[in-house]
Design a binder for this molecule. Structure first.
Ligand code: G3H
Ligand code: 13P
Ligand code: ZN
Length: 308
C-alpha cells in the first residue's frame, strides 16, 4: 500500500485506546528492523525522521529507504513523519518531498510566536493534504535545537486555545517525559491528572507523547558489560505508557531504545568476535535486536498488534 496520513490510523487508535509507535529512523538497518517488526505484528507504524537524521542520511536516501520498505512489506500501513521540524522551511521541504505528516516544534518560542509559526505550517500542509503535529509545553533535556533545564508542563486551557487557533491535527504534550536515556533522577513520575484534563478538554483529539523510551535495563547492562558507559539511565515504565495510550495518546515516540538495542548488540558482537571486520557480521544481529525490541513494544506497550 502507498504511504498514508495518520488520520484513520489515529481515529482507530483513539477508539481502541491503543497507540501507534513512532520510531526514529537513520539508516537502512533501523528501517528494516522496524518494518520487519511491524509486519510480524501486523501493526501500523510511523517512521519518523529528525532534522539530524535528514542531515545524516539525506532526505532522498530516507525516502528511497521508505519506498523500499513499502515494496518489501506492502501490508503494513506506514506514515512518514518529520520529527521536531525546527522551522517552516524544513516542514515545507518535507511536505514537498512526500512526507505524509510533519511536526513543527515551536515549543521553545513565546506562546504567540508558536501559534503563528504552527498556523503557517498548517496552512501550507493542509493545502497539500499533509498532517501537522505541534508541541505545547517544554520537555526537559536537550534536543537538537531546543534545550530546557526544566519541564514546562502543558497547560490544559492553553492547549484548547492553541489547537483552535492553529488548526494543528495532533498535539505533543509535556507531562514529565524527556528525551534521551536519563529521564528521571529518582522515581519515574508523570502527571496523569494533567493528561486526563487535556484529553477531557480535547475530546476525540489525538495527543502525542515524546521522550517515551523505557530504557530497558537489559540493553544498558549489555552496553556497560561490553565496554560502554551508560550510567544511571532511566526511562518511562511500560505500564505508564499503556496508561497514556488509554488517555488520548495515539502516538508514542521511541528513539533512545532503538539506539540502545542497536549499540548493545554491536558492542557485544565486536567484543565476542574481535576478528570480525565485515559490517554485515555485526549489523545483522543489531538489526535483529531492533526488530525484537520494536516487536515487543508494539505488542506489549503500544497495543497495536493486529491493527494493520
Ligand atoms: O527527539 C529527538 C529524537 O530522539 C531525534 O534525535 O535529533 O539526535 O536525531 P536526533
Ligand atoms: P526518546 O529519547 O525517549 O526515545 O524520545 C524520542 C522522541 O521523542 C523523538 O521525538
Ligand atoms: Zn521528541
Amino acid at each position: 500500500m502507498p504511504l498514508i496520513g495518520p488520520k484513520e490510523m489515529f481515529a482507530a487508535a483513539y477508539r481502541g485506546q491503543y497507540a501507534v509507535g513512532a520510531f526514529n529512523v537513520n539508516n537502512m538497518e533501523i528501517v528494516q528492523g522496524i518494518m520487519q517488526a511491524a509486519a510480524a505484528e501486523k501493526s501500523p507504524v510511523i517512521l519518523q525522521v529528525s532534522a539530524g537524521a535528514r542531515k545524516y542520511a539525506g532526505q532522498t536516501y530516507i525516502m528511497k529507504l521508505v519506498e523500499a520498505a513499502l515494496a518489501e512489506d506492502p501490508d503494513v500501513p506506514v506514515v512518514v513523519h518529520l520529527d521536531h521540524g525546527p522551522d517552516f522551511e524544513m516542514c515545507a521541504a518535507c511536505i514537498d518531498g512526500g512526507f505524509t505528516s510533519v511536526m513543527i516544534d515551536g515549543s521553545h518560542l513565546p506562546y504567540e510566536e508558536n501559534v503563528a509559526l504552527t498556523r503557517k505550517v498548517v496552512e501550507y500542509a493542509h493545502a497539500r493534504g499533509v498532517w501537522v503535529e505541534a508541541e505545547l509545553g517544554k520537555l526537559a533535556g536537550v534536543e537538537e535545537h531546543v534545550s530546557s533545564a526544566e519541564h514546562v508542563y502543558t497547560d490544559p486551557a492553553q492547549a484548547v486555545d492553541f489547537v483552535e487557533r492553529t488548526g494543528c491535527d495532533s498535539l505533543a504534550v509535556a507531562i514529565g517525559t524527556s528525551h534521551g536515556a536519563y529521564k528521571f533522577k529518582g522515581e519515574a513520575k508523570l502527571d496523569f491528572g494533567r493528561l486526563e484534563e487535556i484529553s477531557r478538554r480535547l475530546p476525540e483529539y489525538p495527543l502525542v507523547l515524546h521522550g517515551a523510551s523505557s530504557v530497558p535495563q537489559e540493553f544498558v547492562d549489555l552496553c556497560n558489560q561490553y565496554g560502554g558507559k551508560v550510567g544511571g539511565a532511566r526511562g518511562v515504565p511500560e505500564d505508564m505508557l499503556r496508561r497514556a495510550a488509554s488517555l488520548g495518546v495515539c502516538k508514542i515516540n521511541v528513539d533512545t531504545d532503538i539506539r540502545l538495542a542497536l549499540t548493545a548488540s554491536i558492542r557485544r558482537h565486536l567484543v565476542e568476535h574481535p576478528e570480525d571486520f565485515d559490517p554485515r557480521a555485526y549489523l545483522k544481529p543489531a538489526r535483529e535486536a531492533v526488530k525484537q525490541m520494536v516487536a515487543h513494544k508494539i505488542r506489549n506497550v503500544m497495543g497495536s498488534s493486529g491493527k494493520a
